[in-house]
Design a protein around this ligand. Structure first.
Ligand code: GCU
Length: 581
C-alpha cells in the first residue's frame, strides 16, 4: 500500500459512478454458479455489436451512485440491501513518461473485486482500510473503464462476523484516486519519537522500484534538521537521531512539515512528535500522567445519514467532542477514514483505533485470523505517522476462552512489533460479584496481561441492574495497569422527557451519567473514559417503533445534531477534570 497519497500527484475519480445492483451475482457467475468469463461478465462492460446480439446488462443506462458513499442511504430501495453492486467509472488518463500509476481506494465494504479495461486487477477483503493496485501497463490515454463488484454480504468467517450493532453500509465508502509516482518511489516510512523518548527520532523508509540502493534524506526545515543515510539492497533504511522539537499535545497540536527525499522521489508530510507510554496505572503523554477525557464515535456523517468520509464530517464530529471537553476519542469498532485521523492531528484530539474483532468471531479459523491480521496491518501502515493515534485496540467484547486468547495474543504481538511506539488495548468484559449490598467488579481477563491499557465496557443502570446500584459499585483489577472505561451509557430520545426512572427519556440518561460519574471517580486505576456514544447511530438491532426506528439512541447528540441533557453532565465532568489539572 502506498503511504500518504495525500502528498502525491493524484487524480480524483470521485463523483457519480454507473451502478448495477446485482443481488444474484448474475454479472459474476452463471446459473451453475461457475465464474463467468464471457462478455456476459459485467466487468467486461460489453455492448451488443449488432441488433441481434444478446447482452443483458448495460452500465450506462443503469443509474448512478455517488462515490464515495454507502449505497444504503442513496436509494430507499437499498437501505437494507446486502449483496453485490457493480460500479463502473470511465476515464481518460494522460500518463507522464517514466512514471508509475496506481489506483487507490480509501475503503470499500466488504469484499471488492476490481477490474480495469476488462481485466482483473485483484480483490480486497475488509470494509475499513485502504488498498491499491498498480495499473501502469494497463491504463490507456482514452476510454478506460474501472469496474468494481462490491459485496457486503455478511459471513461467519469474516471480520466483523454476521452480528454487529451497527449498520452494514455497503459500497465504495471512501475516495478513489489515481496516484502517479516515479519508477522508484518512497512507498512507506515511519518517522516518530523513539518509544519512551521525547528527544530521539527513530524510524525507517522503504523504497519500491528498480533502483533500491539510494541516498535518502529526512528534513525538518523548521527545526533545522537534515539527516541523510543509505538504503540497503532491499530499499530499506532504519535511522535514529536526536531532535529538539516542540512536542504535540491536545493543548498544542504542533505539526512539523517533514520532507522525505531520495534520489528519485520526494514526499512531504505534516507530522507531530509526542511520546506515549504507561507507568503502573498511569498513562504518560510526553512523560506526564494524563487522563483521557473521551467519547466513542461511529463513522456516521454528523448531519446527514450514512457513512462519514470527508474533512468536514471529521471537523464537525471532533468539534462536538471538543465541545464536550474531550482530548480523546474512541473510533469504534473499525478503522475510520483517514480524514478523521488527520483532523485529529490538527485539532489536538488523541485517538483510539480498533479493528472489527467484535463479539464472537471464528477464533479457530486461520483464514479469519489472517484477515484480522491484515486489517490491523493496513490500519498501522495508513496511520503510523499520526501523532493523534495513541492506542490500537484489537477487540471489543470478546468471550474469554483459549482459542480467543490465542487469537488476540497474536494481534497484540503484531501491533507491538509493527509499531512499538504506541499502546495496545482491547474492550474487555469484567466479572461482577455481589458482596453484601455492594457490587464488586473485577477485571481479571487473562488477555489484559499482554495489554498496555485495559479497556472495559459496562452498562450498569441500562442492561444490568438499576441506576442507583452505581452508587454501591466498586472496581478492582488483577493488573497494575491503567483502565479506560471504553463504554457506558443509556438510550434517550431527544426531546422525550419524564422522570429519571422513565427509560428512553433524557432525564433517565442524564441521571445515569450523574451516577456513572460518581462511580468512575472512585476507581483508583481509571485513566480514561469513552462513553457510548457521541451521536445516535443506525443499527439493524434496534427495531422499537417510535423510539429506536433502527437507531441506537445512546448518543449524547441526536441524529439531527441536537444535544441531550446528558451531554452537559459529561461536559461538566470533563471541565472539572480539566480545571483539576
Ligand atoms: C456494546 C457494543 C456496542 C453497542 C453497545 C450498545 O457494548 O460494544 O457496539 O452498540 O453495547 O448496546 O449500545
Amino acid at each position: 500500500m502506498i503511504a500518504n497519497i495525500n502528498a502525491r500527484s493524484t487524480t480524483s475519480l470521485d463523483g457519480q459512478w454507473q451502478a448495477i445492483v446485482d443481488p444474484y451475482d448474475v454479472g459474476a457467475v452463471d446459473y451453475r454458479a461457475q465464474p463467468l468469463k464471457s462478455n456476459g461478465a459485467f466487468y467486461k462492460n460489453y455492448k451488443p455489436q449488432s441488433k441481434s446480439e444478446l447482452v443483458e446488462y448495460d452500465f450506462d443506462s443503469s443509474g448512478q451512485l455517488h462515490v464515495p458513499g454507502d449505497w444504503n442511504t442513496q436509494r430507499d430501495s437499498l437501505l437494507f440491501y446486502e449483496g453485490s453492486v457493480w460500479y463502473k467509472r470511465s476515464f481518460d488518463y494522460a500518463k507522464s513518461p517514466k512514471k508509475r500509476v496506481f489506483v487507490h481506494f480509501g475503503a470499500a465494504n466488504y469484499m471488492a473485486y476490481v477490474y480495469l479495461n476488462g481485466e482483473e486487477l485483484g480483490q480486497h477483503e475488509g470494509g475499513f482500510t485502504p488498498f491499491d493496485f498498480e495499473i501502469t501497463d494497463r491504463v490507456r490515454p482514452e476510454g478506460n473503464f474501472l469496474v468494481l463488484r462490491v459485496n457486503n454480504t455478511r459471513g461467519k468467517d469474516q471480520v466483523p462476523t454476521v452480528n454487529t450493532d451497527w449498520w452494514n453500509y455497503g459500497g465504495i465508502t471512501r475516495p478513489v484516486t489515481l496516484v502517479e509516482v516515479p519508477e522508484t518511489f518512497i512507498q512507506d516510512y515511519l518517522i516518530q519519537l523513539e518509544k519512551g523518548s521525547t528527544g530521539q527520532i527513530k524510524g525507517w523508509v522503504q523504497l519500491n522500484g528498480p533502483q533500491l540502493r539510494q541516498n535518502v534524506t529526512i528534513r525538518i526545515p523548521e527545526a533545522g534538521l537534515s539527516k541523510s543515510f543509505q538504503t540497503d539492497p532491499a530499499g530499506h533504511a532504519e535511522f535514529s537521531f536526536g531532535a529538539n522539537l516542540t512536542l504535540w499535545s491536545p493543548e498544542n497540536p504542533k505539526l512539523y512539515t517533514v520532507e522525505i527525499s531520495s534520489e528519485t522521489d520526494q514526499v512531504t508530510n505534516h507530522i507531530g512528535f509526542r511520546s506515549i507510554g504507561v507507568r503502573g496505572t498511569d498513562i504518560l503523554l510526553n512523560g506526564k500522567p494524563i487522563f483521557l477525557r473521551g467519547v466513542s464515535i461511529h463513522e456516521e456523517a454528523p448531519l446527514r445519514s450514512g457513512r462519514a468520509w470527508s474533512e468536514d464530517d471529521a471537523r464537525t464530529l471532533l468539534g462536538w467532542a471538543k465541545e464536550l471537553g474531550c482530548n480523546f476519542v474512541r473510533l469504534a469498532h473499525y478503522p475510520h477514514n483517514e480524514a478523521m485521523l488527520r483532523m485529529a492531528d490538527e485539532m489536538g484530539v488523541m485517538v483510539w483505533e480498533e479493528v472489527p474483532v467484535y463479539w464472537t468471531i471464528q477464533w479457530e479459523n486461520p483464514v479469519t485470523l489472517r484477515n484480522a491480521e491484515n486489517q490491523l496491518n493496513e490500519l498501522i501502515t495508513r496511520d503510523h505517522n499520526r501523532a493523534a493515534l495513541i492506542i490500537y485496540s484489537v477487540a471489543n467484547e470478546t468471550p474469554i476462552g483459549d482459542a480467543r486468547n490465542r487469537f488476540l495474543s497474536q494481534l497484540i504481538q503484531q501491533a507491538h512489533s509493527n509499531d512499538p511506539t504506541r499502546l495496545v488495548s482491547a474492550a474487555l468484559q469484567a466479572d461482577e460479584v455481589e458482596e453484601g449490598n455492594r457490587l464488586s467488579i473485577r477485571i481479571n481477563d487473562p488477555i489484559a496481561n499482554e495489554l498496555d491499557v485495559m479497556g472495559t465496557n459496562e452498562y450498569i443502570g441500562w442492561y444490568t441492574r438499576r441506576v442507583a446500584d452505581l452508587d454501591s459499585t466498586d472496581w478492582t483489577s488483577k493488573y497494575d495497569k491503567p483502565l479506560v472505561m471504553s463504554e457506558f451509557g443509556a438510550d434517550a430520545v431527544f426531546g422525550l422527557h419524564g422522570d429519571s426512572q422513565a427509560r428512553w427519556t433524557e432525564e433517565y440518561q442524564e441521571s445515569l451519567y450523574e451516577h456513572q460519574i460518581g462511580m468512575l471517580k472512585r476507581i483508583t486505576f481509571l485513566r480514561g473514559t469513552t462513553p457510548w456514544i457521541l451521536k445516535d447511530f443506525r443499527s439493524p438491532r434496534r427495531t422499537l417503533p417510535g423510539i429506536e426506528d433502527y437507531l441506537n439512541r445512546k448518543g449524547l447528540v441526536s441524529d439531527h445534531g441536537e444535544k441531550k441533557k446528558a451531554f452537559f453532565v459529561l461536559q461538566n465532568f470533563y471541565r472539572q477534570l480539566q480545571n483539576a489539572n
